[in-house]
Design a protein around this ligand. Sequence first.
Ligand SMILES: [Zn+2]
Ligand SMILES: [Zn+2]
Length: 131
Amino acid sequence: MPRASQYDDVVLRALGRSTRFRSCQEIHLALSGGRSRARRPPSLSTVYRTLHRLAEEGVLDTLHSPGGERLYRLCRTSSRHHHLLCRVCGRVEDVAQAGELAAVAERVGADSGFSSLDYSFELSGVCPGCA
Ligand SMILES: [Zn+2]
Ligand SMILES: [Zn+2]
């Protein structure tokens, strides 16, 4: 979809400035208002489609907020990893034990005969600052 991909850079630039995971609506708001106003801000559905596709391609990381909303961030780590979300302040830590989960998925695949196994793993809790 060439119309969506023309906004890749705009969306990635908006994400690059933030260390927080943000919803599609927050990112859309950042693009259509304030100092970073784009000449022709993309519509909410364009932002949504762009985020969704970039996440599918593995460019963006996603997780679900406690309310079930999908959140996006551009992570500095290029290797597969998982996230630990604070339900109070929204702070997110990267989880380093991705290898152990990959090993579990591999064993499940071997035992079941399933191939191309995919999985997501999301953890949330209350961070030390909010406890
Ligand atoms: Zn991450
Ligand atoms: Zn917190």
